[in-house]
Design a protein around this ligand. Structure first.
Ligand SMILES: C[S@@+](CC[C@H](N)C(=O)[O-])C[C@H]1O[C@@H](n2cnc3c(N)ncnc32)[C@H](O)[C@@H]1O
Length: 224
């Protein structure tokens, strides 16, 4: 359950990133700190799903899909996003990298995924779930489209990232960037660690576990 202040923030926060936010986010996400983090997350995902098909929800500019493809070219990759302007950006970025033919990008909502049951080997999402207006429905949809034994890996920033995690990231990425990140945590409706840990309690997954991957917290869910 979000605090009343965060609930208010979430109420006014747009679900899909609209223009000109798309242009700003695309530019920021090209910086080293983001790109290194996409690589770290891609490695983490491949540990759980070394082959098969992966869906990335709220793919944004599509960089995570690019990193997943570089790390494991045989993966079948699909990205969806609720924002039409983000979809355009992702398609443009993938076209520039020559990956339009091997990675599918489509408009889509976490709460209503247009595919059959038990389809994907893994479903992932980075920095997106705090935008979702209906996270429980979204997690239930993920459960539906996942194959049995498949993993859902939901990565996001938290409103209360533990100090040791921030300090470790500050050593890797610099204190200034971590200070910016810490300030950023006050302007978006991020979950607290406690809320994040319990996000899946009322879903078909029933429970999940959390861990930190770089500066992001990952909710690990398995479909039984
Ligand atoms: C902060 S961006 C993160 C983009 C990308 N995953 C990354 O890590 O760079 C969050 C993205 O989630 C998308 N989004 C928000 N709510 C969504 C929903 N319900 N279904 C699908 N995408 C959503 C937004 O449009 C935005 O592109």
């Amino acid at each position: 359950m979000l605090s009343p202040a965060r609930r208010l923030l979430k109420f006014f926060h747009p679900e899909g990133i609209p223009l000109p936010g798309t242009i700003a986010y695309n530019a920021i996400s090209k910086t080293r700190v983001f790109q290194v983090n996409y690589e770290i997350i891609a490695r983490d995902i491949i540990y759980y799903c070394p082959e098969g098909s992966i869906l990335d929800i709220g793919t944004g500019p599509g960089w995570l899909l690019e990193k997943l493809h570089s790390a494991s070219p045989n993966l079948q990759l699909t990205g969806i996003d609720i924002s039409p302007s983000m979809i355009k950006k992702a398609k443009k970025n993938l076209a520039k990298s020559g990956l339009s033919d091997c990675i599918e990008i489509a408009l889509g909502n976490a709460s209503d995924i247009l595919c059959s049951d038990n389809y994907f080997d893994a479903v992932v999402s980075t920095g997106s779930i705090h935008h979702w207006k209906a996270p429980t429905e979204g997690l239930n949809e993920i459960h539906r489209v996942l194959k049995p034994d498949g993993y859902a890996l939901i990565y996001d920033l938290l409103s209360d990232t533990p100090l040791p995690v921030l300090k470790k990231s500050a050593r890797e990425f610099g204190r200034f960037r971590m200070l910016m990140l810490w300030l950023h945590a006050y302007e978006e409706p991020f979950y607290s660690l406690k809320d994040f840990e319990h996000l899946a309690d009322n879903t078909f997954f029933k429970k999940g576990s959390t861990k930190f991957v770089s500066v992001l917290c990952c909710l690990v869910l398995r479909k039984e």
